[in-house]
Design a protein around this ligand. Structure first.
Ligand code: ACM
Length: 387
C-alpha cells in the first residue's frame, strides 16, 4: 500500500515583533504554496501539513521553536527566518539534528551550511547592482543607516567597499538604531544627513523602523529625486506600511517586485489574491518563501523522502519557473540563481523596475569571483543599469 501519511513541515515566521509585517508575507507565501501543492494532489498523494510557531522576532525563540519542531513535532524540513540573527540561531539546531532549513530572505552572504538552502539574494545579486546604479546615477558619497544587528553591519561593510573603491568614493556617516527605535532616534540622524548632503543614503534598517526613517526623511523636506534612500530590504511590505508620500522616489535592489513583467508573475499574483486577498503585499521575501516550497515539493516527489540525505541530491541543481524567472539551486554553495533588479517607488506607491538583469545571476556568497578593483566592471556585466 502506498504511504498516504501527511508530511509535516515546520514554519518559523513571526506574526508579532519588529519584522512581523514582512514575515507575515513570508508565512502566507509559504501557506499559499502548500495549498497549491495540496490542491494538485499533494506530494505523491501525501498532504503537506504546516506546523507553524511564532517566534515573535526574538532570535532565542527561533532556536527554542526550531528545537521543538524537530524534537516534538518531528519535522525534517523548516521554512523560516527573516533576520540573519534568527537564521544564525536556527543553524546550530538544524546542523545538530541533521535537518534542513530553507531561508527566503536577502542576507549578507559569507555563510554556508549543508543544512541550509538560501533562496534570497546574496550581496553579488543585490548590493553590487545597487552600488553600480546609485554611483552612476547619483554619485559616490554615501551615508549608511542600519538596524543594530549582523545583517546591517555586514551589508554596510560590503557596500562601503563597493563605494570606497570608486574614484572619489566616500562614506559621510554610518549610524545604527535599535530594532525598537522610535521617531526620536531617527530625528538626529536625518538632521545629520541634511547637514552632510550625501549623494544617497544606504539604508539597512529593517522592520518597523523603516517607516520611521522614510517618514523622518520626508518630514525633513529631503528630496528623494535628488538624494534617494537605497535599500536591499525596503520592499512592498514596508512601502505599504509607510504610504506613497514617504516612499515615492526611493530605490530598492531585489530579485522580485510585483511589477515584474511576465505572465507567470501576473498569474501567481492573481491566484494569491484570490486565496488571501490584500492581507499582505507580495514582495521579494514572499516570492522566495513561495517558490522554495514548490522546489522542496518537487525534490521530495522524486526522493520520496524529506530526510536530508535523500532530499538534497534532488533539491541541489534543481530549477523552477518562479515569478521572478527561472531559478536554480547551486549544488556548490546551496544558494540560488536569481535576477538582480532595481525598483523605484512611484507617486502611486508602487515599485517600477528601472533596471534588471535578463539573465539569472548565480550567487557568489563569499564574493570570491571579484577582484577588489572589479566593481565598476561588475556593474557593466548587468547590462543596462539605467541612466
Ligand atoms: C536580514 O537580516 N537578512 C534581512
Amino acid at each position: 500500500m502506498a504511504n498516504t501519511d501527511p508530511i509535516r513541515v515546520g514554519v518559523l515566521f513571526s506574526r508579532t515583533g519588529a519584522t512581523a509585517r514582512v514575515e507575515l508575507s513570508q508565512l502566507l507565501g509559504t501557506l499559499f504554496a502548500i495549498r497549491e501543492i495540496n490542491d494538485a494532489g499533494g506530494i505523491n498523494g501525501r498532504e503537506l501539513v504546516a506546523v507553524h510557531h511564532d517566534p515573535q522576532c526574538v532570535p532565542s525563540q527561533y532556536r527554542v521553536l526550531a528545537e521543538r519542531l524537530v524534537c516534538d513535532d518531528r519535522v525534517n524540513v523548516i521554512f523560516g527566518c527573516y533576520m540573519s540573527s534568527t537564521r544564525k540561531a536556527v543553524m546550530p539546531v538544524v546542523e545538530k539534528w541533521q535537518r534542513l532549513l530553507l531561508y527566503p530572505t536577502p542576507y549578507e552572504g559569507f555563510e554556508f551550511s549543508r543544512n541550509i538552502i538560501y533562496t534570497g539574494a546574496a550581496p553579488n545579486q543585490n548590493s553590487a547592482l545597487l552600488a553600480a546604479y546609485m554611483t552612476r546615477n547619483f554619485g559616490v558619497r554615501v551615508y549608511l543607516v542600519g538596524s543594530d544587528y549582523i545583517y546591517p553591519y555586514e551589508s554596510n561593510r560590503i557596500m562601503s567597499d563597493f563605494i570606497l573603491e570608486r574614484p572619489g568614493g566616500s562614506k559621510l556617516g554610518e549610524r545604527y538604531v535599535r530594532l525598537d527605535a522610535t521617531e526620536a532616534d531617527f530625528a538626529p540622524i536625518v538632521q545629520d544627513i541634511r547637514a552632510q548632503r550625501p549623494d544617497f543614503v544606504f539604508s539597512t534598517v529593517v522592520g518597523k523602523g523603516t517607516r520611521l526613517l522614510y517618514q523622518a526623511f520626508a518630514e525633513a523636506g529631503l528630496d528623494p529625486l535628488r538624494m534617494p534612500i537605497a535599500s536591499l530590504t525596503t520592499c512592498e511590505a514596508e512601502v505599504s506600511e509607510m504610504g506613497a508620500p514617504s516612499a515615492a522616489g526611493h530605490i530598492t535592489a531585489a530579485p522580485y517586485f510585483q511589477a515584474v513583467d511576465s505572465a507567470a508573475n501576473r498569474s501567481c499574483l492573481t491566484r494569491f489574491q484570490a486565496m488571501y486577498g490584500d492581507e499582505v503585499a507580495p514582495n521579494m521575501c514572499w516570492e522566495a518563501a513561495y517558490f522554495q516550497v514548490h522546489m522542496f515539493a518537487r525534490a521530495m516527489q522524486k526522493s520520496g523522502s524529506d530526510e536530508i540525505d535523500r532530499l538534497l541530491p534532488h533539491l541541489l541543481g534543481s530549477e523552477f519557473d518562479a515569478p521572478q524567472g527561472r531559478v536554480r539551486i547551486d549544488p556548490s554553495n546551496h544558494h540560488t540563481r536569481l535576477y538582480p533588479r532595481i525598483g523605484r517607488v512611484g507617486t502611486d506607491g508602487r515599485f517600477a523596475v528601472v533596471a534588471e538583469s535578463h539573465l539569472g545571476v548565480d550567487a557568489d556568497p563569499y564574493l570570491v569571483q571579484h577582484a577588489s578593483n572589479d566593481w565598476s566592471l561588475r556593474g557593466e556585466a548587468f547590462g543596462d543599469i539605467g541612466a
